[in-house]
Ligand binder design. Structure first.
Ligand SMILES: [Zn+2]
Ligand SMILES: [Zn+2]
Ligand SMILES: [Zn+2]
Length: 377
């Protein structure tokens, strides 16, 4: 059999680098050779459709001799047209960043129309080479990774806007966004599965989500959230207050133990400080919780005992899998980790809230005190 005119196709390193895909500028024909390396796949493509792909590293001769391995491709190439295009794809994960070009208008019940901008990072890889090529080369006629990535970024921003919209409909306000970023990331990541399947892409990580508010709204939100933090510490604050009262009262407390009034006040404050930051290595002391995370539900790691936020899947200290208690979503019945505020499947609010009559701040229905002003609910 004559191999005159046969070409060898491979993805040159100079074309590879940061490119997730490379569309060969020439057509392949029967008898050509295709080199596929460890970290890549070769997809054969004709008439707007992926024909077949090879994802095992080797040098493949597209002849009938090799038909048992590349039979499907050889069959296509020995037909009337006798040629096809090759698109090379990388198997590894890629990192992308997104940022919204246009602001999202969020109608907030407290702040009115607020322009939001979203930024973040994601990690993606090709999960289904045929879908990927059909979508990006077949449908959009893309040839470069930059075009592919732009498309993914646009879609990510749309997914985030959709998720924010749904969570807003379930009662999330602009003031809740900052404290729910991890939760929003979960909601969006869950949605990427269904959405990007079509593209043959898996988004396996979404991180660093940042949603920016106009300056004046941010200021108002900051003021409000500092009140919320004070509210979360209200019991602690009251305890400190009681100690100070005891110290001032000569009939009891520190004064009775022979400590002066001034020293007593000092002690009261240092005890408040001690509760905020327990002395390191105190035997039998409960694990320290920074004041700001006290309001987030915690679960103890079954292996090392470290307290982790309830929606962590793995222990932040030893990496053990956390068996997190789940509750069914009231709407879609998905099992959602206890303490999660919004269902990652459908965005429904998981925690019933009640509104403070005095200041209007929403607190979880189980709270005894308002997170905004500390009043008994
Ligand atoms: Zn652990
Ligand atoms: Zn749900
Ligand atoms: Zn209140």
């Amino acid at each position: 059999m004559s191999l005159i005119g046969a070409d060898t196709f491979k993805w040159e390193d100079i074309d590879k680098r940061q490119n997730i895909m490379y569309r060969m500028p020439r057509n392949i024909k029967f008898n050509d050779n295709i080199v596929v390396r460890e970290d890549e796949m070769a997809v054969f493509f004709r008439d707007g459709k992926a024909l077949a792909y090879i994802d095992r590293p080797d040098r493949y001769a597209l002849t009938s001799l090799n038909a048992p391995i590349v039979g499907k491709i050889v069959k296509f190439l020995s037909g009337v047209q006798q040629q096809a295009e090759v698109v090379y794809l990388q198997k590894r994960v890629f990192d992308g960043k997104f940022g919204s070009k246009q602001a999202y208008q969020f109608r907030d019940k407290e702040f009115g129309m607020v322009n939001l901008r979203v930024f973040g990072e994601f990690r993606y890889k090709i999960a289904a080479p045929e879908n990927f090529v059909n979508q990006f080369v077949g449908t959009f006629n893309f040839a470069t990774s930059a075009e592919v990535e732009d498309r993914i970024k646009e879609q990510m921003v749309i997914l985030i806007y959709d998720s924010l919209g749904d969570m807003k409909n379930q009662g999330m306000g602009v003031a809740d966004i900052a404290s729910n970023l991890t939760n929003i990331e979960q909601v969006v990541l869950t949605r990427t599965k269904e959405h990007f399947d079509l593209y043959g892409i898996t988004i396996d990580k979404l991180s660093g989500l940042y949603i920016s508010l106009p300056e004046e709204v941010q200021k108002a939100v900051d003021t409000k959230s500092s009140m919320t933090i004070l509210g979360a510490n209200y019991m602690q604050y009251q305890t400190g207050q009681a100690m100070r009262d005891a110290a001032v009262n000569p009939a009891g407390g520190a004064a009775a133990a022979g400590v002066g009034v001034g020293a007593g006040i000092g002690m009261g404050w240092s005890m408040v400080g001690a509760m905020t930051q327990p002395p390191a290595g105190a035997p039998g002391a409960p694990a320290a919780q920074p004041a700001q995370v006290a309001a987030v539900p915690q679960v103890a790691c079954p292996k090392c005992g470290t307290q982790n936020p309830a929606n962590n899947k793995f222990c932040a200290s030893c990496g053990a899998k956390l068996s997190v208690a789940t509750v069914p979503c009231p709407k879609c019945k998905a099992e959602v980790p206890e303490g999660t505020k919004f269902c990652p499947e459908c965005g429904t609010a998981m925690v019933a809230t009640k509104k403070c009559a005095a200041c209007g701040v929403e607190s979880p229905a189980t709270s005894k005190f308002c997170a905004g002003c500390g009043k008994a609910l």
